[in-house]
Design a protein around this ligand. Structure first.
Ligand code: S3P
Ligand code: PEP
Length: 441
């Protein structure tokens, strides 16, 4: 279990989703707003900040390094930036909880600070691969230690200087790209990162918003070290990864009609819309606008008759966190859905291929995991008890499955829903999901 008490979701079957909803702020953008705001000159005002455990872990880490941060109050945060070289030695290790983004991005951002720092996390985070960031950081001249297994705790030692790097990413990962670009801010010369497929580009967009030039050419993002960041205001859109649960729920539950407001639809994050539409979903993108350098829209989703598909591999990095929800859509679709090229799902907060396959089996859905994906036969969903393995996205995905299940669904180990979606139970229940929670020792 991820915490001492077992938080259980109980969802009675059936119902539909209705209404106008705003899900909490984007997690990826919230992390980056704290990081860049802390290093900037001047005061950064943030609205729409995600008050979830993951982004709060990032916020607390910067407070521990001496940054004055007020809030969050109703998603508003103000950061008195300390400049590129103003971070102070914390009194203990920085605890990043369950958050892979915090640990990997901070490894890069902190590599050139001249401070000895230790980054720790919970059991799940301490089992996730970190060599993917520590190896290239070492090539830049950083001194970063992992355990023998290549996992956290990470210890960062002071070094004289970092060199820029020209690095082709071995996997399509925004966390590795962002880690190295953030280290590159402190490096001599140019840092160039080339990705095998597009991944979320919030770091590049936000650096530009803070006045730091980033060159994009094809699959390469590049910057020169030694510049500075100038404080700015950031309006964080609602997280498409959280909206995804309602997009799937509304698609599968007959009679549903939801309007999801102010959702970030950055083209490096919109795979869930594209994949659901290929399955026959009814999603309207309304009132599209630009908010502080990020595209935003309202999404109207109505129930539809979904059919199975072969998921195009180019959509995988663009929907990487939405697969638990998409697997539930596949379980409710006519025919077979095939996912390939998604090995990365095995190294998230849980092994999302295996844990989803086990959960689907527990509610009577035929699902065959493969090394890099899964084959799901759509059909009926029974009731049953699911172990979420402390993975927030598994818990929320199966909660939505109850909209089409024949019996009650119980989900164990749900406390980490607070990492990305505080208030999920209240929002989902207000929209029509018959969900309650209880705690067991
Ligand atoms: O950069 C980010 O904010 C994230 C990148 C993705 O991870 P990878 O880079 O490991 O694919 C994603 O799964 C994670 O939730 C957030
Ligand atoms: C993978 C995720 O986050 P992280 O890597 O930051 O733990 C996620 O939120 O689905």
């Amino acid at each position: 279990m991820s915490s001492a008490k077992n938080l259980i979701f109980h969802i009675r079957p059936g119902g539909s989703l209705k209404g106008t909803l705003r899900v909490p702020g984007d997690k990826s953008i919230s992390h980056r707003s704290i990081m860049l705001g802390s290093l900037a000159e001047g005061t950064t005002h943030i609205s729409g900040f995600l008050e979830g455990d993951d982004s709060l872990a990032t916020l607390r880490a910067f407070r521990a390094m001496g940054v004055e941060i007020s809030g969050p109050v109703d998603g508003n945060v103000a950061i008195q930036g300390v400049g590129m070289h103003g971070l102070k030695l914390p009194t203990g290790p920085l605890d990043l909880g369950n958050s892979g983004t915090s640990m990997r991005l901070l490894a890069g951002l902190l590599a050139g600070q001249g401070l000895k720092l230790t980054l720790i996390g919970d059991r799940s985070l301490s089992s996730r691969p970190m060599r993917r960031v520590t190896d290239p950081l070492r090539s830049m001249g950083a001194q970063v230690e992992t355990t023998e297994q290549g996992t956290a705790p990470l210890t960062i030692y002071p070094v004289d200087h970092l060199n820029g790097i020209d690095y082709p990413l071995p996997v399509a990962s925004a966390q590795i790209k962002s880690c190295l670009l953030l280290a590159g801010l402190y490096a001599t010369g140019e840092t160039r990162i080339t990705e095998p497929a597009p991944t979320r580009d919030h770091t590049e967009r936000m650096l530009s918003g803070f006045g730091y030039p980033v060159q994009r050419s094809g699959a390469t993002a590049a910057l020169q070290g030694g510049g500075k960041l100038t404080a700015c205001d950031i309006d964080i859109p609602a997280d498409i990864s959280s909206a995804a649960f309602f997009m799937v729920g509304a698609s599968i539950a007959p009679g549903s009609d939801v309007l999801l407001q102010h959702v970030g639809i950055n083209p490096t994050r919109d795979g869930v819309i594209n994949i659901l539409r290929l399955m026959g979903a009814d999603i309207e993108v309304l009132n599209q606008r630009d908010v502080g350098g990020e595209p935003v829209a309202d999404l109207r989703v109505r129930s539809a008759d979904l059919h199975g598909i072969r998921i195009p591999e180019d959509q995988v990095p663009l929907a990487i966190d939405e697969f638990p929800a998409l697997f539930i859509a596949a379980a409710c679709a006519r025919g077979e859905t095939l996912l390939t090229g998604a090995e990365e799902l095995r190294v998230k907060e849980s092994d999302r291929i295996q844990v989803m396959a086990d959960g689907l089996a527990a509610v009577g859905v035929e699902a065959m995991p493969t090394p890099g994906g899964i084959v799901i036969q759509g059909g009926r969903i029974g009731g049953g008890r699911i172990n979420s393995h402390g993975d927030h996205r598994i818990a929320m995905a199966f909660a939505m499955a109850a909209l089409r299940s024949e019996g009650e669904i119980l989900i164990d180990d749900c406390s980490n829903v607070n990492t990305s979606f505080p208030g999920f139970v209240a929002l989902a229940s207000g929209a029509g999901l018959d969900i309650e929670q209880s705690e067991e020792n």
